[in-house]
Design a protein around this ligand. Structure first.
Ligand code: FHN
Length: 468
């Protein structure tokens, strides 16, 4: 009895100690008014809402937060794991992790330059982490002081700067928001050898605190939507068992209620089939598009809205020693491959704590931009390849009255063999040299296009066919 009492007391004391360590959280979030769920949406209305996103095809993902401070190294501990998960794999207690905020001072951050880099790469939208699993808000939040304005020497709202600049330069500003929150007191870790306040997956929800956390999330999402007007809400961290499809449906309705034309990914609910990312089909799940991660579906998915997100090296958040960069050819061919299957490509950058996009990323984005300058009409606003099987020489995309052949493997004999197509070819030409029409011979089993001896572009040379 006495021992149990002592233990309980010790427990309570620990609680008190923890609480005092964490600054007194600001006034709890006001109960957000239940937003009016959007009326059932007709196909026309949905097509209108999704149109800009479907035409865009290429966007920039930005993973930026306190994890850029340790940059993958905590007290000499390094790991192969992704940088933004350092609070988990380095078992960093909440109070310790919070200290990174005092070192986060991105004086080299230049919103205009970041948006310019994305725009020059041919990217039409930007998705930045407003709050990742570590719970730190990269914006000015009034429902939490665990944010860039209140807790860092930088004190400026980087989401505001980026959303204003994106608007100025004509890109769509979008945000990522994590449902799992390693910093929020409603959640804890129950795993062997792990500090209960460190990061971890799965994490646990204190039974009587879920409603409070959902209220907190809704209040932050309201701030984000009213302050930065995002085109897409890119949820993540939905996989814990304390988050349900019903929660996802409710959050989807709440967010669409606040901004009816917003687009929301399928990680708001429980529809996602793991990293393959597309939604399960056993019921209608919340979300407007599937989210394959670090992979590209094997086959085209005409009529399905999906977006592959991918790193340029092996981490989303900045790690000082991760130099396993994909080649610009791989990235360019991924853009083509994904468009030929009817999807979008969300390509990631992980800026440093000083506020710079790593040079290897900038170089690759410039190479992509150079390719898009010549070939973007074969990507923007296109649809999946009409061919049932994979083309030996590369990929294809279509538009009304147009077929684009993306040649990876240039024919050494100057004769490109193309399977039979519907319609007849009125004109064929290289996007890299529109002045010289190409000769096309059509037969029952397909077309033979006479092409120059050398490929105009080693990464992917695009031949446009104007179809009658
Ligand atoms: O755990 C996250 C990860 O840190 C990163 O944000 C990716 C990006 O899609 N999503 C989760 C892993 O599925």
């Amino acid at each position: 009895m006495k021992r149990a009492l002592l233990l309980a007391l010790a427990g309570a004391m620990a609680m008190v100690i923890t609480l005092t360590a964490t600054p007194t959280p600001p006034t709890p979030a006001p109960e957000p008014q239940a937003a009016k769920a959007p009326a059932a949406e007709s196909k026309e209305a949905r097509d209108k809402r999704m149109a800009w996103w479907r035409d865009a095809r290429l966007g920039m993902f930005i993973h930026w937060g306190l994890y850029a401070v340790p940059a993958g190294d905590y007290q000499g501990k390094r790991a192969k794991d992704i940088g933004e998960w350092i609070m988990s794999w380095a078992n960093i207690p909440r109070a310790e992790y919070e200290k990174f905020a005092t070192q986060f001072n991105p004086v080299k951050f230049d919103a205009a330059q970041w948006v310019r880099i994305a725009k020059d790469a041919g990217m039409k939208y930007i998705v930045i982490t407003s709050k990742h699993h570590d719970g730190f808000a990269m914006f000015n939040s009034t429902v939490s002081d665990y944010d860039i304005v209140d807790r860092t020497p930088y004190k400026k709202d980087v989401l505001k700067a980026l959303s204003d600049e994106a608007k100025k330069q004509g890109l769509r500003f979008c945000v990522y928001y994590s449902i799992m929150d390693w910093h929020h007191p409603s959640q804890y870790v129950d795993a062997a050898g792990k500090d209960p306040t460190a990061g971890n997956s799965p994490n646990k929800m204190k039974p009587d605190q879920k409603a409070a956390y959902v209220t907190y999330m809704k209040a932050q999402l309201k701030e984000i939507i009213t302050q930065y007007d995002p085109g897409v809400l890119w949820f993540d961290g939905e996989w814990n068992d304390w988050w349900t499809e019903a929660d996802g449906q409710d959050l989807y309705a709440y967010v669409r209620g606040l901004k009816p034309d917003i687009i929301i990914n399928n990680r708001v609910g429980k529809g996602r089939k793991g990293m393959e990312g597309l939604s399960k089909t056993d019921q209608v799940y919340a979300g407007d598009f599937g989210t394959p991660e670090q992979q590209i579906p094997a086959n085209g998915l005409p009529g399905v809205d999906w977006e592959s997100c991918m790193t340029m090296n092996d981490t989303w958040g900045f790690k000082s020693y991760d130099n396993n960069w994909k080649s610009s050819q791989t990235l360019i061919r991924n853009i083509v491959d994904i468009a030929s299957k009817g999807g979008n490509y969300l390509l990631n950058v992980g800026p440093t704590a000083e506020g710079e996009i790593p040079a290897p990323s900038v170089e690759r984005l410039a190479a992509i931009g150079k390719w898009m300058k010549t070939n973007s009409e074969a990507i923007y606003g296109t649809h999946a390849s009409p061919f049932a099987t994979q083309l030996a020489f590369g990929r294809a995309t279509t538009k009304t009255g147009k077929l684009y052949l993306h040649v990876f493997n240039w024919p050494s004999d100057g004769k490109l063999q193309v399977p039979a197509i519907k319609g007849t070819v009125a004109k064929a030409y290289l996007l890299a040299d529109r002045s010289k029409p190409l000769t096309v011979a059509s037969a029952a089993d397909g077309l033979t296009i006479t092409v120059p001896a050398t490929a105009p572009d080693a990464d992917a040379s695009v031949i446009a066919l104007d179809l009658k």
